[in-house]
Design a protein around this ligand. Structure first.
Ligand code: ATP
Ligand code: MG
Length: 316
């Protein structure tokens, strides 16, 4: 059994704007699979349909068409609800209450006994690094601490699956790292985590699988290493001083001119061809003045995939 599975999910919203027509297709035939014990990054630009898909999974809205299962149970069913914790995109908490008070309140909503809550509340605070802050009101928390509190809240009933809608959004790099570290620790403890983000680079190191969604469609679902492989391998970028005729001749041999300033050119060469290419450049009178290695950039892959998908849409 998979932790999450959707088949042909479709969601139409009624639009209030006449200019846009009557219906907005928020999800179009969305299929995804999240394996147990995995961290799944659900990545897509603003308006791609991430929150819509998540709301269907947690049972807040129902799909127009298609099926969704959470831990083997139909999304929205009472049985499915016992299996996940959820952090919504916009978390509004009762700021005048302390973290302890709020967590006890959530625990009561899940039907936990007082003894269970007294044990679990400090545990979840510890898991998100807020052990010293249980007695403080949420109004005293920074945005990053509030987000971490949100994760603690989602953990209160100890569900095997966490569904987090943009847990790193609006946080500074330090805050993002803290949230990512929490996700990694939770994965080590055996939790399955499904979370959304609009930036691939923000999440690359913590995901087992990445699903890229654009305009309501899953355009790629793959492991990080396969995504990186499709971006091409490592390259050597050399600064070369050479006459224009030589630069013009170069592009035929596997080297690429990616920038120039006067007689100095920036030349990109795949690692495996670098030695022979650079030798032939020198033999032809070019002077190598700098050298650097460059790894494929995930953000470039992301932008490329989105652009390809957009291109496919307008052409077809
Ligand atoms: N309640 C609604 N009524 C009408 N249209 C909606 C509603 N909610 C979302 N939409 C539309 O559905 C599409 C998908 O929105 P959704 O919020 O799921 O995207 P998202 O990927 O979560 O975006 P973001 O990164 O900005 O949070 C958008 O075009 C949005 O305008
Ligand atoms: Mg959203």
């Amino acid at each position: 059994m998979e932790a999450i599975e959707t088949k042909g999910l479709r969601k139409l919203y009624r639009s209030t704007s006449r200019r846009l027509g009557k219906m907005i297709v928020a999800l179009h035939d969305l299929n995804l699979v999240v394996e147990k014990g995995h961290v799944f990054g659900f990545i897509g630009p603003n308006g791609a349909g991430k929150t819509t898909a998540i709301k269907i999974l947690v049972g807040l809205i129902s799909p127009t068409q298609g099926e969704a299962y959470v831990m083997g149970h139909p999304a929205g069913s009472v049985e499915s609800r016992k299996n996940f914790g959820y952090l919504s995109e916009v978390s509004l908490y009762y700021n005048f209450m302390t973290a302890n008070e709020l967590l006890h309140l959530y625990g009561r909503l899940f039907g936990m006994s007082k003894a269970d809550r007294l044990k679990r509340v400090p545990e979840v605070l510890e898991m998100v690094g807020l052990s010293d802050w249980g007695g403080s009101r949420l109004s005293e928390y920074s945005k990053g601490m509030q987000q971490r509190f949100g994760i603690a809240q989602s953990l209160i009933s100890n569900p095997p699956l966490l569904i987090l809608d943009e847990p790193t959004s609006g946080l500074d790099p330090m805050g993002q790292k803290e949230v990512k570290d929490i996700v990694v620790r939770l994965r080590e403890r055996g939790y399955t985590i499904f979370f959304s983000s609009h930036k691939l680079t923000e999440v690359e190191h913590i995901c087992d699988t990445i699903g890229i969604i654009n305009r309501g469609e899953m355009i790629r679902m793959d492991t990080l290493s396969k995504l990186l492989a499709s971006a091409g391998g490592e390259t050597i970028v050399a600064g070369v001083e050479m006459p224009e005729e030589l630069a013009n001749r170069l592009t035929s041999g596997g080297a690429d001119i990616i920038g120039e300033g006067g007689r100095i050119y920036r030349v990109s060469i795949p690692v495996e061809k670098a030695v022979t290419e650079l030798e032939s450049i020198q033999d032809a009178g070019g002077k190598i003045i700098s050298m650097d290695t460059r790894k494929p950039d995930l953000e470039e892959v992301f932008v490329k995939l989105i652009k390809q998908h957009e291109g496919g849409r307008t052409n077809g």
